[in-house]
Design a protein around this ligand. Sequence first.
Ligand code: MG
Length: 249
Amino acid sequence: MMMTLLGTVAACTAQPRVVAHRGYWRTEGSAQNSLASFVKADSIGAYASEMDVWLTADDGLVVNHDRVYRGTQIDMECDKERTIRNIVLPNGENIPTLEAYLRTVQKHPKTRLVLELKSLSDMRREDLAVKKIVRMIHKYGLENRTDYIAFSINACLAFRKEEPDARIFYLEGDLAPHRVKALGLTGIDYSKEVLRAHPEWVAEAHELGLEVNVWTVDSEEDMRYFTQLGVDYMTTNEPERLQRLLETM
Ligand code: MG
């Protein structure tokens, strides 16, 4: 009887939720940060799909990871939206604007959005980007489905100022949980290297009422380690691998 009870408790231990890193892109017809990558993340039942946003030279918002697109000289912050939009992704889509991306998110209501603002060249531009992003999130009615993440403390605090109830996570990994708590943020969203060096930060964060996400967890060994460590969310390029593994744990 006791064994049965313990077994039940173990099976009910909360498992991390699966966040597709730059969408689900390692699959047919997809590409990092494409519209298709959000649709694919939604189609496999990912909890959330992450993506990256830049503010262009003419104050447009575009979705891409790298500052300079591979094989080009086009810089997401120094070039204009129209130039950036001409870039064709490996799946044949053009780099999406944030607006096009949010229209896609709106049509797929089961999957949350994790929106990363890339660090910009100065704080005023970050403040402007945050204002424009939050306005657009409201335009599409996505304020209850969106988490904000950033490496820049300035950007995290700007999101908090614009959107007092928003869920905001800090990425850089250089602050212990009590310092992130003091900034008024929702949680830590740290690399696997940082959390392997500070595994105690997971329990410390939870004791403070913070949540924990770890990135980018692609190997089964890391997936098991961080599941056992008790993180709340796991960001991965291999969401189906993680889903299959969690079914066995
Ligand atoms: Mg990102």
